[in-house]
Design a protein around this ligand. Structure first.
Ligand SMILES: *Cc1c(COP(=O)(O)O)cnc(C)c1O
Length: 393
């Protein structure tokens, strides 16, 4: 690392991982050692055992720390491993306030696991700061954000929530999976721990599961390090290498995919088979202004609503390009079906309460030619019957 304040785009390539100090190799070596020989009986070297520290994993940990403008990074075996380890900062009797449209895996961890350890939670619409303030309890220790959220891309005012947290002496966690540090750097907005499913945009190629975390405060970093080492859900070295490889192209991928997502969102907004489009890059999106202030772009994920499940089946049958799958943030465009995928664990009632009808689809835009993607969507949408009720946008 140098002291030069290079731009984000340059830092993706010119960082700790640029060359192997021992050989000059321009690709980081994958160090498979689980243990390390000690040359001295009294003074041990930097590494002793790979759960506690490994050179390959450390390179990706330093990379995320630098890209998020933090002081310390951590790499885990999955996004959920990162999130769950961060929750281990809580103790029995503590309370965590969670955004109501949180990722399904985080929902499961909070409602089915933390509860067994006496850690309470409540959910709140994080876009409503008054509601957040009202839901903070004397034992609230963490406020957990995810913005933009899934599947409706709701935007939380990060600085606003951080202010409430500081007034109440609680920590803030933020799941930055959808935007990555290429577009949003929450630590600079006062967030304490930024979390990632690096499985998505950071690695970017649908070929690895990984989780990352970064902090600014060294003392908090030390506490999180202890938990990473104690819980042990660390990232393997092959996977660490894949994440490092993916990160090199993060900027070009995010830029291309975000531009395409904007075009697709605008195209869908004008299509009469589509009832609603949810994308923070559209001026009529309720989070448009906040998104512009706190992030460098609206990202590459959007959702839209068709009339019903039948319309979804017809669209699926006629679409040729997108992969129809769980997950997001890859080189290939991925179409997901929240009612049957990410939110399938919820009851129909819980989905209805959140507006996740059988007509809602989420699109994570990849690197294909955007005109091809639009042509594919246009052809498939043309096969749909005219919606009966023409809902107001
Ligand atoms: C996928 C995802 C996770 C979980 O990450 P895994 O790598 O699948 O464990 C967490 N948060 C968000 C927003 C995600 O999309």
């Amino acid at each position: 690392m140098s002291d030069n304040n290079w731009s984000f785009q340059t830092k993706l390539l010119h960082n700790d991982a640029k060359v192997d100090r021992a050989t000059g190799g321009v690709s980081v070596p994958i160090n498979h050692s689980s243990t390390f020989h000690q040359f001295d009986v009294e003074e041990f070297g930097k590494y002793d055992y790979s759960r506690s520290g490994n050179p390959t994993r450390e390179t990706v940990e330093n990379a995320i720390a630098e890209l998020e403008d933090g002081t310390r990074g951590f790499a885990f075996s999955s996004g959920m491993a990162a999130i769950s380890t961060a929750f281990l900062l809580l103790s029995q009797g503590d309370h965590v306030l969670v955004t109501e449209d949180v990722y399904g895996g985080t929902f499961r961890m909070v409602t089915e696991v933390l509860t067994r350890f006496g850690i309470e939670h409540s959910f709140v619409d994080m876009t409503d700061l008054d509601a957040v303030r009202a839901k903070v309890q004397p034992n609230t220790k963490v406020i957990y954000m995810e913005t933009p959220s899934n599947p409706f891309l709701k935007v939380t005012d990060i600085r606003g929530v951080v202010e409430i947290a500081k007034e109440n002496d609680c920590l803030t966690f933020l799941d930055n999976t959808f935007l990555t540090p290429a577009l949003q750097r929450p630590l600079n907005l006062g967030v304490d721990i930024v979390l990632h499913s690096a499985t998505k945009f950071l690695a970017g190629h649908s070929d690895v599961l990984a989780g990352l975390a970064a902090v600014k405060d060294p003392e908090l970093g030390q506490r999180l390090y202890k938990l990473q080492n104690a819980f042990g859900a660390v990232l393997g070295v092959q996977d660490a290498w894949l994440v490092l490889r993916g990160i090199k192209t993060l900027h070009v991928r995010m830029e291309h995919s975000s531009k395409s997502a904007q075009k697709i969102a605008e195209f869908l907004s004008k299509n009469d088979k589509v009832l609603e489009v949810y994308y923070p890059g559209l001026k009529d999106h309720p989070g448009y202004d906040i998104q512009n202030v706190q992030a460098d772009g609206p990202g590459a994920v959007l959702s839209f609503k068709l009339e019903d499940g039948e319309a979804v089946k017809t669209l699926h049958k006629h679409l040729e390009l997108p992969v129809f799958a769980v997950s997001l943030g890859a080189v290939e465009t991925i179409l997901s079906y929240p009612a049957k995928m990410s939110h399938a664990a919820m009851t129909q009632e819980a989905r209805d309460a959140r507006g996740i009808t059988d007509g809602v689809l989420r699109l994570s835009v990849g690197l294909e030619n955007v005109d091809d993607l639009i042509r594919d969507l246009d052809n498939a949408l043309a096969k749909l019957p005219q919606p009966k009720k023409n809902l107001v946008r």
